[in-house]
Design a protein around this ligand. Sequence first.
Ligand code: ADE
Ligand code: ZN
Length: 320
Amino acid sequence: MRDLPKVELHLHLEGAAPPSFVRGLAAEKKEDLSGIFSESGAYAYDGFVDFLRVYEAATSVIRTPEDYGRLVTTVLEELASQGVIYAETFVSPDFCGGGDLAAWREYLAAMEEASARAEARDGIILKGIVTPIRHFGPERAKAPAICAAETAGEWIVGLGMGGNEAVGKPGDFAWAFDCAREAGLRLTCHAGEFGGPESVRAAIEDLGVERIGHGVRAIEDLALVDDLAERGIVLEVCPGSNVALGLYPDWRAHPIEKLREREVKVTISTDDPPFFHTTMTHEYERLADAFGWDVADFAALNRVAAEAAFCDAGTRDKIL
Ligand code: ADE
Ligand code: ZN
C-alpha cells in the first residue's frame, strides 16, 4: 500500500504539522504549548470544537514565511515517504499575514520555493487552496478571497473554506467564493462533516463548488447522494479524520463504501494526519480491512482524484 502512487486532495497545512515540529517552534519562540499535548507528546483535544482550538494554538507558533517554508518541507518529506505524488493543501492568509496581501505574497513565495525544492528532490507536486475560516465569519472571509484572487495561478489553484460548519450558512460566504471564481480559481468547501445533508446542498447551490470537503453526511439523504453522482460532484473523504472525531464509531460504519456503490465520485485524504494518528498508507490499509478493497480499487480512486485535481492539464497528465 505504501508504494502505491497516491493523490491527496484534502490536507490542511498546519494540520499536517507533526507535534515535534510545533514543539520545536514553541521552544524557539519561548512559548509554553504544553497544554495542547498529551503525556506521550501527541496532540490532545476532546471533540471537534476543542480540536479547532488546539489546531489554532499549534498554528500560533508557525509565524513567519520561513516557518511556513520549513513546514512545507517537513510535510512533503512525510507525504513522499507515503507514496503521495500529488497533494493539494489548504492554507489560510488569516494565519499567513493576517489577510494582508503584501504579507501573504511573502508567505506564498516561501511555500512555493519549498514546494519546488521538494518536487526537484522527490518528484512530489504540491498546490495550494486558499482557505477562509468559517468561524471567523463572512466579513473576515473577504481578505483571504482577495489574496487568493490576486495570487491565482500556477501554485494557488483554488478556494476552499474550512472551520466550524455550525457557524452561519454557506451562502453567507458567497462574496468570497464569487471573488475567487471570477479570478479563475476552482472551488471546494467543507460541508456535510458536522453539518447535515442540507449543508452539502447549500454549498453546491449557494457557492457553486465542484468538490466538497468531507460531504459524508450526504448519506443521510439518498436523493442528494444520487444528485451528487449525477452532477459529478467530488467528495474529499477523510475516513480516519471522521472516525477520530467521533462522527462514526469505527471504519466499517463509515459511509464511503455506500457512497461509492451509489456512484458518487469519492477520493481519500487524511485532513490533519498527526492530529488523527493517520497517514495515507494507514487510510488505505484500514479501508482495505473494512471493505476488502484491493490495489485495483485504490488505483481507480486515485484516478478519480487526479481527474478532480485543481491543477492545469499538463500537471494532471503527469499524475494520471
Ligand atoms: N480545519 C482543519 N481540519 C478541519 C476539519 N476536519 N473540519 C473543518 N475545518 C478543519
Ligand atoms: Zn478539512
